[in-house]
Ligand binder design. Structure first.
Ligand code: 9MR
Length: 574
């Protein structure tokens, strides 16, 4: 039987942000409204009202009511919402925790760094570990990695972030995560009133915290340097292309500390998608690093231009879905969206006519990919659209307006979708299913809603973005905070080879701010299959270290959470 999710009064277990809508979902089959009361930490009733009956909710299978206590807006901690004798978990009304989440969600990336010791002075002794994959036995090291199918050279691909609970490093997924961190910085440069100081130098606990560069850019550069190393050198076949990924020959067990991984590691063949991820993110980096390190900016731009040209010469080197031994596939059967994204980033940085023609001539131009879905590692046109919506480019004003309005139309679709959901989870469940990484989907769609608010100032989009945030922090049918270390019922057993306390008590659990992948109705691992058969989509989740298709962590999900938390902290009280 499914575990008891506890109290039927489901709230954001951490904090509702002052000035935002505050709603709870209440499980009840009562056909009439129920009375709710809000009590403060001293036990005094500070607000009361009646629920709205919503009836049977398809995604959860629950009969639900909604309690709306938005009108109460006094900051404090230890609030409890009570309905029919049932108390919610306690929560705050405060912007403090979302500010903390902004930096914790970004700290995830330092923890995931490969090729460098993770130092106690930044993370505490429990999370410190020696450098992984630097050619110290038993590691074979990422110093001189050969191709899996011989190519006549090796590459030094040390560094970067481990993708997830595994030790693979994948250019496609690294590209999205790098772009999102860089976009946190770039959004603040261009949006009037945005908080530029939020992630400035000295805000994150990382070795680069006193180098005069915004810390969010420093963290992104750790991955970008790795992406650059994945490019095929001049004089070799496919020069300028990027290898799709580098990972172990075979999957290792849980736990395996990074520095104790003894598997041989190989470069997968080049792919057009990886090459365009490199082109896009390096071009984006080039303009952002110009004020801080022009030499690096020039190196990044040169690599981006070379990659783009190589992708055009090899437009159809597609990574196959079958390549899943020892690492994930990150397959992609169509790269028109990646071509568009890379052309946008190159055009915005260079203003060159050739890239401009590729942007305006693309079938993805003017927000077309948002008519399908938001963005993810496989569907990247929306990243280009987001850049064009934010950064002045000299493109026709009508085209920029069309791009922005495509984003806003997408946010409208999300808004009507969540209005019909008992537990609003923007973008997840739109087709009745939840897919691998649904919490990343929710966070990314929260970003799209947030951007629609940035562009229009309309409160309904702001409300939707905070609803995504509330869902991830406990307002869901499992009463589960999907963010480690946050809320009364946080995930404690995420799938990870180092944060594997359940497998080895000497190891830590996931650090605060790590986002679990979340419900996946496709049940794609043995634990999920054994424990979740017949689950309703939004309940297809179990906090078990073996359940990698529902409870892994990954850089692309945490980059989406970091973007959302940064926005939510900035927009508190707006
Ligand atoms: O996030 C990826 C998801 O969209 C795919 O459906 C899934 C299966 O291919 O892979 C996910 O990514 C995993 C990657 O392949 C390997 N590292 C862990 C990633 C998160 O589970």
């Amino acid at each position: 039987a499914a575990p008891d999710p506890g109290t039927p009064v489901r709230v954001n277990q951490v904090a509702y942000v002052p000035g935002t809508p505050k709603q709870a979902t209440v499980v009840s089959t009562s056909t009439g409204p129920l009375a709710w009361t809000l009590r403060n930490a001293a036990g005094a009733t500070v607000a009361s009202g009646q629920t709205t009956v919503r009836g049977a909710d398809a995604l959860s299978g629950d009969g639900v009511h909604v309690a709306d206590f938005s009108a109460y807006d006094t900051p404090g901690s230890g609030y409890v919402l009570s309905v029919g004798g049932n108390d919610s978990h306690p929560f705050d009304i405060s912007a403090d925790t979302v500010r903390k989440l902004r930096t914790d969600a970004l700290a995830f990336f330092y923890h995931q760094r490969s090729g460098t010791p993770i130092e106690a002075q930044y993370v505490g002794s429990r999370y410190a570990r020696p450098a992984g994959h630097v050619d110290v036995a038993p590691n074979q090291g990422d110093n001189a990695v050969p191709c899996r199918t011989s190519c006549g050279y090796t590459l030094d691909v040390r560094g970067g972030w481990y993708d997830a609970g595994d030790h693979g490093k994948y250019v496609v997924n690294g590209g999205l995560a790098t772009w999102q961190l860089q976009n946190i910085h770039e959004r603040a440069l261009h949006l009037p009133g945005a908080d530029r100081a939020a992630l400035a130098d000295g805000t994150l606990a990382i070795p680069e915290r006193a180098n005069g560069v915004p810390d969010v850019l420093d963290e992104a550069r750790w991955e970008l340097e790795f992406l650059l190393r994945m490019q095929v050198p001049d004089g070799r076949p496919y020069a300028g292309m990027a290898h799709h990924k580098i990972h172990d020959q075979n999957w290792t067990g849980v736990p395996t500390r990074p520095e104790l991984d003894s598997q041989p590691r190989f470069l997968a063949p080049v792919s057009t998608a990886a090459t365009l991820n490199l082109a896009a993110t390096a071009a984006q980096a080039a303009r952002l690093w110009q004020p801080y390190d022009p030499t690096f900016a020039a190196r990044a731009l040169a690599a981006a231009e070379k990659a783009y040209a190589a992708a055009k010469a090899n437009p159809n080197r597609l990574a196959p879905a079958s390549d899943t031994t020892g690492g994930g596939a990150y397959e992609d059967a169509g790269v028109g969206d990646e071509f568009y994204w890379a052309a946008v980033e190159l055009y915005v940085t260079t203003r060159a006519a050739g890239y401009r023609a590729d942007v305006t001539g693309s079938t993805y131009y003017k927000g077309v990919s948002f008519t399908t879905r938001g963005y993810d590692w496989n569907w990247t046109g929306g990243l280009g659209d987001t850049t064009l919506a934010l950064v002045p480019t000299g493109l026709p004003a009508a085209d920029v307006a069309a791009t922005r309005s495509a984003i806003v139309s997408y946010a409208d679709r999300l808004s009507s979708q969540i209005a019909a959901q008992g537990y609003p989870s923007p973008g997840a469940g739109g087709d009745g299913k939840f897919y691998w990484g649904s919490n990343g989907t929710v966070a990314n769609n929260g970003n799209a809603l947030a951007l629609a608010f940035d562009l229009t100032g309309q409160q309904k989009y702001r409300s939707g973005a905070y609803a995504a945030h509330d869902y991830l922090l406990g307002r869901n049918p499992l009463n589960q905070s999907y963010v480690a270390g946050y809320g009364e019922r946080p995930v404690r057993n995420v799938h990870h080879r180092f944060w594997a306390n359940q497998a080895d008590s000497a190891l830590p659990t996931a650090p605060p701010g790590s986002l679990s992948g979340g419900p996946n109705s496709e049940l794609q691992d043995p634990v999920a299959q054994a424990r979740l058969a017949g689950c309703k989509p939004q309940k297809c989740f179990v906090d078990d270290i073996g359940a990698y298709s529902v409870n892994e962590v990954a850089i692309n999900w945490n980059s989406a959470l970091a973007w959302l938390a940064n926005w939510a902290a900035e927009r508190a009280g707006a």
